[in-house]
Design a protein around this ligand. Structure first.
Ligand SMILES: Nc1ncnc2c1ncn2[C@@H]1O[C@H](COP(=O)(O)OP(=O)(O)OP(=O)(O)O)[C@@H](O)[C@H]1O
Ligand SMILES: [Mg+2]
Length: 505
């Protein structure tokens, strides 16, 4: 009396298939689950017992053993319930064993046999399509999401009884279908904010456009009420729309984190703005069984850190790896868990604790020590990864009241999208001689690190792509240098005017 089926477990946002074997043998009544189950999986025994009793009128009154393999990997969560119940029912001869072998089952069971949704249905469907029987049974609430995956038939059931009927009929029902491309297209932009709402601040807007094009980390500094948060909020409206591949990736993260709400597909670029009191695990991900943090929820979108110096320096330092590698690796119990974290960092800060240092708006009440201490909270290595630093001055009444024609997000987005394409195709990788000379002089004067140089070059290339240029020219490098983070005393580390007569305004 033996049967085998499969379920899926996730590590990071990737799922792998888990084989579930059940054997019923003579002996004292006992229900045992082995194969490195965690507490939630073990507790599932009670739910499975109750659901099986409900659907089959009795639970086998002999020795039931369930083995989850590979036994070397820790199994977490409640999604194993349905597969365990299925394997037991088949081992008990209540449903055809050959058929349950041809499917993957993923759902939590209620005591009354209801199928409950679990996190990670989409990655599970992707794993089923890739490694296993291309058939997946999930709770109804998970079905549309799971069906986003290509190459797998997804079936929905409300209860364990319904799932049994599905198996007994050899999957005679219609599989659930989701048209991912249509969902993505339907999410066409109805942004609630637009760049045109911001008056003036031409330089800051230009910097925002460059950041959006090249995915360069950007930091706004300015007095309270200058419009920093307003600018940051609008960067998602400048980014090219998500591709289907990106949308599926991002949806997988939200699925595992169970923060998707009712949406089937995350069809827009995420914008995450965690508060500065957020814990390290909340920001970068973690916990004893790691879940994605804000940086992963911002995958393919924007992570906005407002009041940057208020974040704990220890937590900010954890951003260094993901900013470089676009992913985060956490080691737990011998396993390396990787979360995607390809986000665009947008940060904002005041120049000092009172907010008015060198703004010319009001007298700054902070001592030099206060200012230095405040700015030192952002570590050098993190600042080195910020490519674009912009001072945001407060606009005056005349500018605020002016009914000037501000560019709309859609116009800028069109420019960004075509420049992104040019950049991807390798445009402007060549540097003119004059540009190279300027970079060499500036690197020496500004004491740029090797990273600083290559990042400046990256920004210059982005600017060249935005300008439709074939090569990176001297004025592109010059603009990129102006975006480098200034030194401690608040002045630009160097003024390159003396080395570059053709410097742009
Ligand atoms: N350039 C601008 N055009 C239009 N409105 C603006 C502009 N700058 C500021 N405002 C107005 O001021 C409000 C405050 O702006 P915002 O919240 O972006 O400031 P902030 O720089 O983030 O300030 P803080 O440092 O206090 O966080 C906005 O909601 C908007 O109404
Ligand atoms: Mg703000």
């Amino acid at each position: 009396m033996y049967a085998v089926t499969r379920t899926a477990a996730h590590q990071g946002v990737d799922s792998y298939l888990v084989q579930v074997e059940a054997s019923i043998s003579s002996g004292l009544p006992l229900f045992l689950i082995v194969g490195l189950p965690d507490a939630a999986v073990r507790e599932g025994a009670e739910r499975v017992r109750s659901a099986v009793r409900d659907a089959l009128d009795a639970f086998p009154s002999s020795r039931c053993a369930v083995n989850l393999s590979p036994a070397s990997r820790r199994k977490a969560g409640s999604g194993f319930d349905l597969a365990i119940a299925m394997a037991l029912a088949a081992a008990d001869g209540k449903c055809p064993a050959a058929i349950i072998e041809s499917a993957v089952f993923l759902a939590e069971l209620g005591l009354d046999g209801t199928l409950r949704p679990v996190g990670g249905a989409l990655p599970a469907a992707i794993a089923a399509a890739r490694d296993g029987p291309r058939r997946l049974v999930v709770a109804r609430e998970n079905a549309a999401e799971a069906a986003l995956a290509d190459g797998v038939e997804v079936y929905a059931a409300r209860t364990f009884r319904e799932a049994l009927d599905l198996v007994r009929s050899n999957f005679a029902a219609e599989p659930v279908r989701t048209d991912a491309a249509a969902l993505l297209a339907a999410a066409c932009r109805h942004d609630d904010v637009d760049l045109a709402e911001i008056r003036g601040l031409g330089q800051a807007k230009r910097a925002l456009e460059v950041a959006a094009t090249g995915e360069h980390a950007i930091l706004f500094s300015g007095p309270p009420g200058a419009g920093k948060t307003m600018l940051a909020r609008r960067i998602v409206t400048l980014l090219p729309p998500l591709s289907l591949k990106e949308a599926i990736e991002t949806t997988s993260v939200y699925s595992v984190a169970r923060s998707k709400g009712d949406a089937v597909l995350v069809a827009r670029r995420p914008w995450r703005a965690p508060h500065h009191t957020t814990s390290g695990a909340g920001l970068v991900g973690g916990g004893s069984w790691p879940v994605p943090g804000e940086i992963s929820l911002a995958h393919n979108g924007v992570l906005f850190l407002d009041e940057l110096p208020e974040f704990s320096p220890r937590i900010l330092n954890q951003l260094r790896e993901p900013l470089e590698d676009k992913k985060l690796t956490i080691s737990r119990a011998g396993a390396k868990i990787t979360f995607p974290a390809h986000f665009l960092l947008v940060a904002a800060m005041n120049p000092c604790p009172c907010g008015y240092w060198r703004t010319g708006l009001r007298e700054c009440k902070c001592s030099d020590g206060d200012v230095a201490k405040y700015r030192a909270r952002i570590s050098g290595p993190l600042l080195d990864r910020i490519d674009i630093y912009v001072d945001v001055p407060s606009v005056d009444v005349a500018e605020l009241r002016a009914s000037g024609d501000e560019e709309a997000s859609a116009t800028v987005r069109a420019r960004v999208t075509s420049a992104c394409r040019r950049r991807r195709l390798g445009a402007a990788t060549r540097l003119t001689l004059a540009a190279e000379n300027l970079l060499a002089v500036a690197a020496r004067k500004m004491a740029l690190s090797a990273r600083g140089i290559s990042r400046t070059l990256g920004v210059a290339r982005t600017i060249a792509c935005l300008g439709g240029s074939e090569e990176t020219e001297v004025h592109h490098v010059s603009e990129a240098l102006q975006y480098r983070v200034p030194s401690e005393d608040g002045a630009r580390t160097t003024d390159c005017t003396d080395v570059e007569p053709a410097r742009v305004a």
